[in-house]
Write a protein that binds this ligand. Structure first.
Ligand code: NAD
Length: 254
């Protein structure tokens, strides 16, 4: 990074810090990049999970037709790999938790399913795509912590009704959880600063939420390693870098 760009970036970070300090309602909108520094790989692109496994295993129709095959990939990808002890919130997650605790952040809208915002301490988390740390029974609808269910034999069964359990995140072909969907629209309509963090903006309908905030007059701040679908169109401030480094820098100036 040359000096000119660096000093410009420092200026932008300062400006964003004063903007956030003066804002009454701040909302964060996060994607896979938020958790990259926690060691969770992206789904697509270099090192992405779907280069190794067929995303068909997460198609809802395939899941009901080939439950056993689907579950053996789900267990490998999400529960053997992600659930290892090295995956933990990074300094970016910690800043968002601190801001909620300080009364500065209204909520986090996340496309991630990794539960890391909640583990970091955020309580107002709108899980647009659900959460892998819970299982839901496809028969009785009850939810259980994934860690409480033995996965020696697949597919795992509901401890109460012996129905088929499914991870409580949405599969391809499933709708967005209603509470998260309408809650996100409401939060986007009623904030004055909206921070987009680590998302390429390719996944619909989640990708329309930042536009709603913009239309309702919020300032749009974006943190990403590279420009996204939002950068040229709606971002008022684009801070290029890792969220685990940029968020603590902003926090230090508020
Ligand atoms: P994406 O993979 O399409 O885009 C990730 C974005 O993050 C990219 O624009 C990239 O430049 C940026 N990025 C990478 N590292 C970063 C860092 N350290 N700091 C800031 N930005 C960084 O992700 P998406 O837009 O969230 O869409 C993928 C979908 O897959 C989502 O719907 C999500 O549900 C799912 N997903 C979830 C997880 C998770 O739960 N952690 C991980 C992978 C994918």
């Amino acid at each position: 990074m040359n000096h000119l760009i660096k000093s410009n970036m420092e200026e932008i970070i300062k400006e964003v810090a004063s903007l956030l300090a003066a804002s009454k309602h701040i909302v964060a909108f996060t994607g896979a990049g938020m958790s990259a520094e926690s060691g969770i790989p992206p789904f697509r692109g270099e090192g992405g999970i779907w280069n190794k496994y067929d995303p068909e295993s997460l198609d809802i129709e395939y899941y009901y037709r080939h439950t056993q095959q689907s579950w053996s990939i789900i267990r490998k990808v999400f529960y053997d790999y992600f659930n290892n002890s090295e995956v933990k919130p990074n300094p970016g997650h910690e800043v968002l938790a601190k801001w909620e605790n300080d009364g500065r952040l209204d909520c986090v809208i996340t496309q991630n399913i990794d539960d890391l915002h909640t583990v970091a301490g955020n309580t107002k988390v709108l899980e647009f795509h659900g959460n892998m740390s819970r299982f839901v029974c496809t028969k009785c609808g009850k939810k259980f912590p994934a860690k409480s269910i033995k996965m020696t034999y697949l597919p795992p069964e509901c401890p109460e009704c012996e129905g088929l359990l499914k991870p409580d995140f949405i599969f391809f072909g499933e709708g967005i959880p209603q509470e998260a969907y309408y809650g996100s629209i409401d939060a986007a309509e009623n904030c004055d600063a909206f921070i987009i963090i680590g998302t390429s903006g390719q996944v619909s309908p989640a990708n329309m939420i930042p536009g709603i905030a913009k239309q309702h007059g919020a300032k749009i701040i974006e943190i990403n390693m590279e420009p996204s679908a939002y950068t040229k169109h709606i971002s008022d401030y684009f801070i290029q870098g890792k969220s685990g480094e940029i968020l603590p820098q902003i926090d230090a100036l508020i």
